[in-house]
Design a binder for this molecule. Structure first.
Ligand SMILES: NC(=O)C1=CN([C@@H]2O[C@H](COP(=O)(O)OP(=O)(O)OC[C@H]3O[C@@H](n4cnc5c(N)ncnc54)[C@H](OP(=O)(O)O)[C@@H]3O)[C@@H](O)[C@H]2O)C=CC1
Ligand SMILES: O=C1OC[C@@H](O)[C@H](O)[C@H]1O
Length: 365
């Protein structure tokens, strides 16, 4: 019998809707038979909004409860795992409330405003033996798994020397104000910087020779908006053991080129992933001509997403973890989230990017 994950959705904004729709997709359509997803409740700060959210999805939503406060959902015994889709500034407090009510938590990126908050959530979840994970969905894409196999096991491009990863766009279809508001922890670094940083983590931090060591050097620069958050951020890092340099770029001021969001250059060739870095569907391996290879070769591998968005792969992983009694996911561990938040603290410190005290603090509830 497949394990049924009993979800509660917190907040009724853009990404909650995308996640909810993906939960309703039959897992068999992506070849998954061991887990099923059942949303039991949706909570909003307004009951009307929760009701509208459920009603607008028709089939498959019968019996899902609507709540006009997040606390009511946390008290619902039918909910085992809470998905947090609020703005960044609320992640810490909402996730902590869910944990305190005994729920497992999948919290959207960026996990918290700073590393201290991330550490506190991780420690609290551990103390209550509850699962917690940042929703870095790209880590679960079949493409991301294949990338690591090609680079680290098959070493298709030889020794990796440089990684550049970027996500930059000027197209804000939804909730543009969230992106620029310091009180909601806006800015490119937190909203989209997590993607280039994730690809660099997967390729450099997880490089077998790196043995999960931190980069030996981190430098960064930022350009800020008139509201005081970062509009563009560039982070360079040096990974000593595998001898790789990496450059992560995120920006709300220009567009990433269509044909290249992530480029990994090795001594035998390069691997290129077209944009967008948050939902890539192909990668190309280009092998250079050398004494063993007569002509340059180019091979493209396609990874179509069998459904509306592709958030279901992370949901499947979370369901399996909870089914198996795990409190930390192997591909997206909360320890690694804390480590990335420490890097982002450093980058913000280097560029004097502070958020208001009321969202940087460790509120006890
Ligand atoms: N994985 C991905 O691809 C994506 C992830 N995200 C992440 O998801 C989160 C939410 O982003 P997104 O859905 O675009 O944001 P939206 O503004 O569309 O939705 C956020 C929701 O949070 C709730 N909320 C709680 N407190 C506040 C507040 N103070 N101000 C405004 N809304 C509040 C509201 O729901 P209600 O009124 O129902 O309580 C609101 O609808 C962010 O962490 C973002 O980084 C965003 C886009 C894509
Ligand atoms: O996570 C995200 O991915 C897609 C982007 O458009 C969005 O702003 C961001 O939050």
């Amino acid at each position: 019998m497949p394990y049924i994950a009993r979800w509660g959705i917190v907040a009724t904004g853009w990404i909650s809707e995308r996640f909810f729709v993906d939960l309703l997709v039959d897992p068999a359509s992506r070849g998954v038979g061991d887990v099923l997803h059942k949303p039991f409740a949706v909570a909003s700060r307004s009951l009307a909004s929760a009701e509208k959210f459920i009603a607008s999805h028709g089939n498959g939503t019968e019996g899902i409860k609507a709540y006009g406060s997040y606390d009511e959902l946390f008290a619902d015994p039918d909910v085992d795992i809470v998905y947090v889709g609020t703005p960044h500034s609320a992640h810490y407090e909402v996730s902590l409330s869910a944990l305190k009510a005994g729920k497992h938590v999948l919290c959207e990126k960026i996990f918290t405003v700073n590393a201290a908050q991330a550490r506190h959530l991780a420690e609290y979840a551990k103390s209550r033996h509850l699962f917690i994970m940042e929703a870095v969905w790209v880590r679960f894409f079949p493409l991301a798994l294949e990338l690591r196999k090609k680079l680290h096991e098959e070493k298709v491009i030889g020794n990796i020397r440089r990684v550049t990863a970027e996500l930059a766009h000027t197209d804000f279809p939804n909730s543009a104000s969230r992106l620029f508001d310091p009180l909601l922890a806006g800015g490119a670094l937190f909203d989209i910087g997590v993607y280039p940083m994730t690809w660099i983590q997967l390729i450099c931090y997880h490089h077998p020779e790196n043995k999960k060591s931190p980069p030996s050097k981190v430098t960064s620069c930022m350009l800020k908006t008139s509201s005081g958050v970062d509009e563009s951020t560039v982070i360079t890092m040096v990974w000593d053991a595998p001898q790789i340099v990496s450059v992560a770029t995120c920006s709300f001021a220009f567009e990433s080129p269509q044909d290249c969001a992530i480029r990994v250059q090795g001594d035998l060739g390069e691997l290129i992933i077209p944009r967008p870095a948050y939902r890539p569907t192909a990668m190309t391996v280009k092998l250079y001509k050398n004494e063993n290879i007569q002509d340059e070769s180019i091979t493209t591998y396609n990874f179509p997403i069998p459904g509306p968005t592709g958030l279901f792969w992370e949901a499947d992983a979370v369901a399996r973890d909870i089914r198996d009694g795990k409190i930390v996911d192997e591909l997206c561990s909360v320890e690694e989230t804390v480590f990335v938040m420490e890097l982002l603290d450093l980058v913000r410190q280097q560029n004097d990017l502070k958020y208001p005290d009321e969202i940087e603090c460790l509120k006890e509830l």
